[in-house]
Design a protein around this ligand. Structure first.
Ligand code: ZN
Length: 605
């Protein structure tokens, strides 16, 4: 097939599956006369860390009509080809062995790629149509493999190898491609075809997963479209699911998502209960699907367009990740997949996570958003002391904002619909501070104080009082140990009375992973990564430390021996009363008709 003059022509093939090498070719019919420059993104939309994808390019060569053309690196993510007349072909060897949703993977069982980590972009051709040939050589290298992607086919058969097409480079890198022996199922939501593609697990109840996803997707389409127009904002949607022994992650795209989950998260034939693990999977899918509106189409102004060569700073990530996190749980109950009590359990866990993060009193949601690039994606032993997650606290502030808007006769649903109308459907970026102004206008009241305190400031929203207003009781209690994530009432008759102020594993060697600021361990001089070897002269274990804390009363002194690196050190720790940092929410009984109405309006019937 002849190449259209202006189109960019990409081809990807397996060069060596055991060496995890793709061969990726980019052909330009009309390279710049004074030498064509190429760039590779340094980050991928949806994951806010400079990842230097170019470090996986092991070789780059160029030719013109088979004659070599010099191509040299002129920056960490850029290449300069010498001038040539005629089509310029650049051939790259790309190492791909990252089992995450963000970059690329190739071995003898599976190929996967996000274009941002594999496709060079000729500078100045960002808006040019792109053709992608997925080479049939994959079928030989990966016997039984098929192709799954939301990228539009241009000649390739359904699920087959061959030509695909993207409107431009931005579109090309927003349709990840899965090549393997996967299983599929399909369903309709928002009057649109959806495909579910699962790699790595075969004995699962695909029909059940499709049924549950269909309800969640339909609810999200209805939320944004309103009753009048609940159509999805794409022609087709694909859930690409990679099931592994242990793993978790998701990345949103304009008409697909890549999900990484545990094999055990997916239900097997014959199972009917919604396990916590399956709920985790449904929540992840609901989250990424919600992004189809909230970040893929309603975007911060600084993302329109993306500059993938450097960080794009915004104080609004909490809007796009926090509000999405709130809705990923809410969608599960509002769509009727689980009872409201399960949703309240999830909120209790998120709130527990926030309450156990002393850094929330130092870093605001706006600051956490801005510093995502250097902090959120690079957690360390001091993270809980220094900052807060714009996902977890963002979800809690989204809940508080929803309840506040409802007190004023509006809702977060209305705010999301208005953002969709003004920005998503219109393709206009959301300016910094605009969400706060929109909330005030919907509430017909000045809500600036809310944003000053809980988004730009470091206060905790008064959730107990706000929830009481909709017939939900928030209760705080002490943690029962390392496995207690909150969300449920106490299970022990006598929970631990004392607290050491450090996080350690539930079993095995009690090596401290985090030492909380101003807690007993910190005051005694213990640090993260210290490994406790003895307590009061007896060999220590994580289970033993937990048992000691369960028995000891606040004020008890412990003589602790611990290794810091290879140095044995002694610490005298005075235990304190266990803080009430564990939350659970329950439906309040015997409430009046008005309150019940407000609760039903929020949680559904
Ligand atoms: Zn997200």
């Amino acid at each position: 097939m002849p190449i259209a003059m202006q189109s960019l022509h990409y081809r990807i093939a397996p060069l060596d599956v055991h060496a995890h090498l793709f061969e990726v070719t980019c052909t330009l019919a009309d390279p710049d006369a004074d030498g064509q420059r190429f760039r590779l993104p340094t980050w991928t939309p949806g994951s806010y860390l400079i990842r230097e994808f170019a470090r996986h390019f092991v070789q780059v060569a160029a030719n013109c009509n088979g004659v070599p053309v010099a191509i040299t690196k002129d920056g960490k993510d850029s290449w300069q080809a010498a001038p040539c007349t005629g089509p310029l072909v650049v051939v790259a060897q790309v190492h791909a062995f990252d089992l995450s949703v963000r970059t690329a993977y190739l071995d003898a069982t599976r190929a996967y790629f996000n274009g941002s980590s594999t496709f060079l972009c000729p500078v100045g051709r960002e808006r040019v149509r792109c053709l992608l040939d997925i080479d049939p050589a994959f079928a030989i290298a990966l016997p039984g493999a098929r192709v799954a992607t939301s990228m539009r086919r241009e000649g390739a058969p359904a699920w087959g190898f061959g030509r695909h097409v993207a409107t431009d480079y931005d579109d090309l890198i927003d349709h990840p491609v899965e090549i393997g022996a996967f299983v599929t199922s399909s369903f309709t939501a928002g009057a649109t075809a959806h495909d579910l593609v699962v790699t790595g697990a075969r004995d699962i109840d695909l029909a059940r997963v499709s049924r549950d996803l269909a309800r969640i997707c339909q609810w999200e389409c209805d939320l944004f479209g309103g009753a009048a127009n609940s159509a999805a904002p794409f022609d087709r949607y694909v859930f690409l699911v990679m099931a592994v022994g242990d793993g978790y992650g998701g990345l949103e795209h304009r008409s697909s998502t890549s999900l990484l989950c545990k094999r055990d998260d997916l239900p097997r034939e014959g199972e009917s209960a919604i396990s916590d693990d399956y709920l985790t999977f449904l929540g992840l899918a609901a989250h990424e699907y919600f992004h189809s509106w909230n970040i893929k189409r309603i975007k911060p102004a600084v993302f329109t367009p993306y500059d993938l060569s450097r960080e794009a700073f915004t104080r609004q990530l909490w809007v796009f990740e926090g509000i999405t996190s709130y809705y990923d749980d809410l969608a599960l109950t509002r769509s009727g997949v689980v009872a409201p009590e399960r949703f309240l359990e999830l909120v209790g866990r998120t709130l527990t996570n926030v309450l156990r993060t002393p850094g929330r009193h130092l870093q605001s949601l706006g600051d956490a958003s801005f510093d995502a690039w250097i902090k959120f994606y690079r957690p360390d032993e001091n993270s809980p002391n220094a900052g807060v997650s714009y996902y977890a606290k963002g979800a809690i502030v989204a809940l508080a904002l929803d309840l506040l808007l409802r007190e004023h006769g509006s809702s977060l649903d209305a705010l999301m619909r208005e953002l969709w109308r003004r920005h998503g459907a219109a393709g206009a970026g959301v300016a910094e501070g605009e969400v706060a102004e929109l909330a005030s206008s919907l509430a017909k009241a000045d809500l600036a104080d809310f944003f000053r305190r809980y988004v730009d400031g470091v206060e905790d929203p008064p959730l107990a009082a706000m929830l009481a207003n909709v017939g939900v009781t928030l209760t705080l209690r002490a943690s029962e140990g390392a496995r207690d994530r909150g969300g449920k009432p106490a299970s022990l008759v006598r929970p631990p009375a004392s607290w050491i102020g450090a996080k350690y594993p539930a079993s095995g060697e009690p090596r401290l992973t985090h030492v909380y600021r101003n807690g007993p361990a910190a005051r005694a001089g213990l640090s993260a990564n210290d490994s406790i070897v003895a307590i009061d002269g007896i060999r220590a274990s994580s289970e033993g430390l937990a048992a000691t804390l369960a028995r000891a009363t606040p004020g008890t002194r412990l003589a602790i021996e611990a290794f810091r690196r290879d140095v044995l050190m002694h610490f005298d720790v005075m235990l304190e009363a266990a803080p009430e940092d564990t939350a659970f929410l329950t439906l309040t009984n015997d409430i009046g008709k008005d309150m019940l109405q407000r609760r039903v309006a929020w949680l559904g019937a």
